[in-house]
Design a protein around this ligand. Structure first.
Ligand code: NAP
Length: 287
């Protein structure tokens, strides 16, 4: 599909960190002009040096000419940032965000701005900040847009073109379905993985605790990775996706209780049935 870039630029990016900086690198590589706004002058300077932006500064007025603006600040700052930005924009400007939760943000912004579309690029690294921005970060990764009934076809088309430019796999969903899906595959794993580490630490025989720490190998590495990540992100997931995460956690608790009962009752065929099923179905999540 040929992409007409004339209606989409300049692109605006607010929050020049890992995601904002990486978006800038890819858009610039495709020949688009990118205006960046971030909190710190230092970040703007690095973004310019690294080639993430054509122009950068700390003042929202820089974005008055932007056609599409990506809000890439931490989750809790997305709504306040858009509220502060709106007075500087023309009504036809398309605003989108990249936060990993959608319902809370879309509910607040949809009534305030006609051309808002929630978005979530499902790519990242463990790093943060402009220094960690990467070219090609979004290639082949899912990118979800959550338009509402209010969203115009034109805005959806424009964002679709930009997401395709990144080489991402585009998906559409409602904000609520998005939040429940990411609760299952992203936020629940963080809580389970953290619970695993926390449970191992409950071992009250020091010699056994230390022996476990010496013996831990690839299985523990795989299952503990996301629980040993950035605590701030984990808390943000729970705060901003509370309802969906609690639903997933309660289902998980009930599944775990079922497994405990099977083992208590020495119901090995019942346990085998579950493990046969999970072995078969895991690949559906990792296509
Ligand atoms: P990050 O690397 O920490 O970048 C966030 C940037 O926001 C910082 O560089 C900071 O800029 C800027 N910022 C903070 N407060 C600001 C303010 N008041 N006004 C303007 N800019 C401000 O974080 P990130 O990983 O890119 O995450 C950003 C968003 O992407 C989050 O909403 C997150 O949910 C979403 N997301 C993250 C991932 C991931 O794996 N990391 C994946 C998908 C989506 P300064 O340097 O100028 O202070």
């Amino acid at each position: 599909m040929s992409i007409d870039l004339t209606n989409t630029q300049p692109i605006g990016i607010v929050g020049l960190g890992l995601i904002g900086g990486s978006l800038g690198l890819d858009f610039r590589a495709k020949g688009l002009s990118v205006i960046g706004v971030s909190r710190q002058e230092k970040t703007c300077k690095i973004a310019l040096e690294r080639g993430s932006v054509t122009v950068a500064g700390t003042d929202f007025s820089l974005l008055a000419s932007a056609k599409v603006i990506f809000i890439c600040t931490p989750i809790s700052l997305i709504v306040p940032t858009i509220k502060k930005l709106i007075p500087y924009l023309k009504p036809e400007t398309i605003i989108t965000d990249v936060a990993s939760v959608k319902e809370e943000i879309v509910t607040h912004i949809d009534p305030l701005w006609n051309n808002f579309i929630g978005g979530h690029p499902m790519a990242g690294t463990a790093e943060q900040g402009i220094e960690s921005a990467l070219k090609g970060l979004f290639k082949n990764a899912p990118y979800i847009l959550t338009p509402t009934q209010k969203t115009s076809k034109e805005s959806i088309n424009t964002l679709t073109q930009l997401v395709q430019l990144l080489g991402s796999k585009l998906h559409f969903s409602t904000p609520t379905d998005h939040d429940q899906a990411v609760a299952w595959i992203s936020h629940l794993p963080v809580m389970i993985s953290a619970s695993l580490i926390q449970s191992c630490l409950q071992e009250n025989h020091l010699s056994i605790l230390e022996l476990g720490q010496k013996l831990a190998s690839s299985g523990f590495k795989d299952t503990s990775r996301v629980g040993g990540g950035n605590p701030e992100l984990g808390v943000m997931m729970a705060q901003h996706n509370r309802t969906a995460l609690l639903h997933s956690l309660k289902e998980y608790k009930s599944t775990l209780e079922g497994i405990i009962t099977l083992i208590e009752e020495k119901n090995w065929s019942g346990l085998d049935q579950i493990l046969q099923n999970t072995k078969k179905q895991r690949s559906l999540y990792l296509k």
